[in-house]
Structure formats: structure tokens, C-alpha cells
Design a protein around this ligand. Structure first.
Ligand code: SF4
Ligand code: SF4
Length: 436
């Protein structure tokens, strides 16, 4: 079954995906050195398991989970540990990290393959996912085995894979769906098995007809899987919007997808799950879209975790003259960078380099003129205008009365605001000051 589905409100930014959508995924060069943060996930940072001078192999555990909501971290190359210290990351925090100098051999530990992976129990699947250090690769980086272990009072009947990739410029998931559709479908089947669910969906925006065709073909023999074509609209790929579009279920205020019986996973995560459960491969590399008119040769690359942004950018021909801004992630939800010496992590979906003509400066902003445009587009039905005014005045507690914590920082309100108000920064500031 196929239909064009969507959610209420949202925006239609210029997508700019043509820069990289036709570029096949190519492997990045083996890095000389990697900086691997011990915290690349939501939850407790991993506990360091190596010391300076240790020789490590690709896939070896260098950090073990330090709690239920935590995740192991593995070396992405073979070589020697040369430093363990705090290093900056793309989200602007200093994080304890392990620096490894490559020995050029790229020797791996032996991975435990399992050709009969669909016979594994739910617990065995979740253990394999946990051991592989898999976290949500769409950006949130929540440990996947935890997401696949909802409490008993929250029964799950549906799994949705997010193939919308609604962030402008990014094409990593698009390429994975075109190039590895069978692995996407196998990943979905494994997730469904781990949750005891017999209905799975893959939602893909209409602007990716080749991905829709590839996934439909790969899923053609699977009666339990439906592929849904989604309207091209931002933020179509947000969990709550996907659930509304595909299942017409509303996640309640302050609620989670599991409150309406749904688990949502990203395309890259589904493939990582397949690789972990089938081949025992840990999450040590990922597809990164390197794009924008500020980069000489936009590409989709398979990059080892820990590779520095500067290294990746060099492999794409470097920056064009007049490149003004580098963002980790997409333009709507990504993080502006002040140094390129930060590493690609499990959650890095893109490196976007904006040229002068693409970049809209947001340094100067004005008072709200109450035009209401932000209210018209907020996918959560919030009043971003009122929230921004309260936060600007420091009334953080009052902002909670306007459902501050339902804001997932999609940036739609900022995109349409004629006063150029930094809405997402306002929301992040308030959330850092008051608890939910
Ligand atoms: S950033 Fe928050 S308030 Fe603004 S549109 Fe998105 S969800 Fe609504
Ligand atoms: S879009 Fe900007 S100016 Fe208009 S109401 Fe919202 S915050 Fe105010």
C-alpha cells in the first residue's frame, strides 16, 4: 500500500540536495589519527578501557558502558593510543577522548558472524546491538538497545523507519536506501523481532523516487512491511511527525513515541543494527554527507568515527574561497563550528559548508512584531513568539506553562521569523535553566 502522507503545519525550505544526492557513497581514506570521544551518546560517558601506549585493533572496545543508559565505544582503526584527554566535539562540549595514531595496517579484532540471525531471541538481538555500541544515528544518539527495551506498561505494536531525511542538503540516508535497500529491510525486520512487533513501516519523502523504488523492491516479499510516500515538508522526519503521518497517532504533550505504541529508528541505524547482528560489526564508521556551496567537491563518504572534520573536508577538495560557515549536521538542526579539529562521531550525519551567498547572518535580531508566522508553522502547535518573549525576559519557569519541553528545536519558527529572532537558541537557553 502506498499513499502520500504528512502532518500539520511545517515549512518548505530550499532543499539543495542536488549537490550530493547523485553521488554514490565512497570510502574516506584511512585516517592517520583519530580522536574518539568516550561520550558520543545520550547518557553516562563510557568508562575508558585503554591507557596511553596500548596497541589497539579496529573494533576493539576502548570504552565500556557506565550505566543502563550508556554505550560502549570502539576503536575505528588499528594503532597506538597516544593521548587520553578532553577534546572539543562538534556540539561545543569538551569530552574525554582517546587519541589513536594509525599503524596503517587497519587490523581488526575478529567479529562474531551469525548467518542465522533471524533465529536469535529478542534479548540476544538487544545484547548484540548493545555490544556493538549502536546509538541513534539521526543525531539524537540515544542508545538503541535502551530504545528497544520499553517498560512493560508501554506495549509496542509498530516500528517506523525514518527515510524522510527532511533536513536540507543531507543525502546520507537517501544514498543508503538506494545503494543498500536490502540491508535496510533486514535491519527493520531485526528491530521488529527484538520488539515482538509484526508491523513495520518505512516513510520516505516524495523527492527521493529512486529510494522509494529501491526500498519497495527490496520489501516486495515482506507482507509485514509497508513503504509510505511522504509529502516533502520539514520536519517530516521528526518522530512525532512521522507517527502522525503514517499512523495518525498523536504523541501526547511531554510524551514519547512509546506512549502511542511506536518505536522510530533512522535508516543508518537500521543498517548498523543489521551489520551488528548479522556480522558482529561494531559502530565504527558511518556515512557523512559533505556538502554546501562552500565545499569544492560535495560527496557522500563512509568515514571512520574519530576522523577530524578538517581531514574529511580536505578529501573533498577543501573549502572554496568565500566559504563562511561550517555546520556539523544540517542547516536546521546542526551545530555551527568554531574549529575544524573536532571529530566525526556516531551522530554526525553531515558536514555542511555554506558559501557567502547561502549564509544568512543571524547575529542581529529584532523585537517580535507579533506577525504570527511562527505559530502558523510550529509542527508541535506551540506559541514560539510567546516562548521567545518570556525567555528573552528570563521568565524560564513561565515558559514551561507554554510547553517549552515539547519544542524539539526544529528551527521552523526561526526560519520564517522576519525579526530574525534566534528561537532555537532561546529554547536551548531556557531548557538549560529549568528542568522539565
Ligand atoms: S523550534 Fe520548537 S517552537 Fe520552533 S517550530 Fe520547532 S518545535 Fe516549534
Ligand atoms: S515570526 Fe518572529 S516576529 Fe513573527 S510572531 Fe513569531 S517571533 Fe514574532
Amino acid at each position: 500500500m502506498s499513499k502520500v502522507a504528512t502532518f500539520e503545519r511545517g515549512i518548505h525550505p530550499k532543499y539543495n540536495k542536488e549537490l550530493s544526492s547523485g553521488k554514490s557513497i565512497t570510502p574516506a581514506k584511512l585516517p592517520q589519527r583519530v580522536v574518539i570521544p568516550l561520550s558520543q551518546h545520550i547518557g553516562a560517558p563510557a568508562k575508558c578501557e585503554v591507557k596511553i601506549g596500548d596497541e589497539v585493533k579496529k573494533g576493539q572496545v576502548i570504552g565500556s558502558p557506565a550505566g543502563f543508559v550508556s554505550s560502549p565505544v570502539h576503536s575505528s582503526i588499528s594503532g597506538k593510543v597516544i593521548a587520553i584527554a578532553d577534546f572539543p566535539t562538534a556540539v561545543g562540549r569538551l569530552v574525554p577522548s582517546v587519541v589513536i595514531e594509525s599503524d596503517g595496517k587497519d587490523e581488526a579484532v575478529s567479529f562474531k558472524e551469525n548467518p542465522n540471525y533471524m533465529n536469535l531471541s529478542a534479548d540476544e538481538i538487544k545484547a548484540a546491538i548493545k555490544d556493538a555500541g549502536i546509538v541513534g544515528m539521526g543525531g539524537a544518539a540515544f542508545p538503541t538497545n535502551v530504545k528497544l527495551s520499553p517498560p512493560k506498561e508501554k506495549p509496542i505494536d509498530t516500528v517506523i523507519l525514518n527515510g524522510a531525511e527532511c533536513e536540507p542538503y543531507l543525502t546520507a540516508d537517501h544514498r543508503l536506501m538506494v545503494e543498500r535497500p536490502k540491508d535496510v529491510v533486514e535491519g527493520l525486520k531485526i528491530i521488529m523481532r527484538s520488539l515482538g512487533v509484526n508491523k513495520g513501516y518505512i516513510g520516505i519523502e516524495e523527492n527521493k523516487p529512486d529510494a522509494i523504488a529501491a526500498i519497495k523492491s527490496a520489501a516486495s516479499g515482506e507482507s509485514s512491511i509497508e513503504v509510505h510516500t511522504l509529502e516533502i515538508k520539514y520536519p517530516q522526519g521528526a518522530e512525532k511527525m512521522l507517527i502522525k503521518a503514517i499512523k495518525n497517532r498523536e504523541v501526547p504533550s511531554k510524551g514519547l513515541p512509546m506512549d502511542v505504541g511506536v518505536v522510530v529508528q533512522n535508516i543508518g541505524t537500521a543498517i548498523a543494527i543489521y551489520e551488528a547482528v548479522r556480522f558482529g560489526k561494531p559502530l565504527i564508521e558511518r556515512v557523512v554527507t559533505v556538502t554546501g556551496r562552500g565545499i569544492k567537491e560535495p560527496r557522500n563518504m563512509m568515514v571512520r568515527v574519530g576522523t577530524l572534520l578538517s581531514d574529511v573536508i580536505d578529501q573533498c577538495g577543501g573549502l572554496v574561497e568565500g566559504a563562511v560557515k561550517v555546520i556539523s549536521g544540517g542547516p536546521m538542526m546542526g551545530f555551527a563550528q568554531w574549529t575544524l579539529d573536532v571529530p566525526v562521531t556516531k551522530g554526525t550525519s553531515g558536514i555542511l559548508v555554506l558559501s557567502e551567498e547561502e549564509y544568512v547572518s543571524s547575529e542581529e535580531y529584532f523585537a517580535c512584531i507579533r506577525c504570527g508566522r511562527c505559530v502558523d508553522v510550529c509542527p508541535m502547535g506551540l506559541n514560539p513568539s510567546m516562548l521567545s518573549i518570556l525567555i528573552e525576559k528570563g521568565h524560564y519557569e513561565e515558559a514551561k506553562d507554554y510547553n517549552l519541553y515539547d519544542c524539539f528545536e526544529c528551527g521552523s519558527c526561526a526560519y520564517v521569523c522576519p525579526a530574525k529572532r534566534p528561537m532555537v537558541q532561546f529554547m536551548r537557553l531556557a531548557k538549560s535553566q529549568v528542568k522539565p
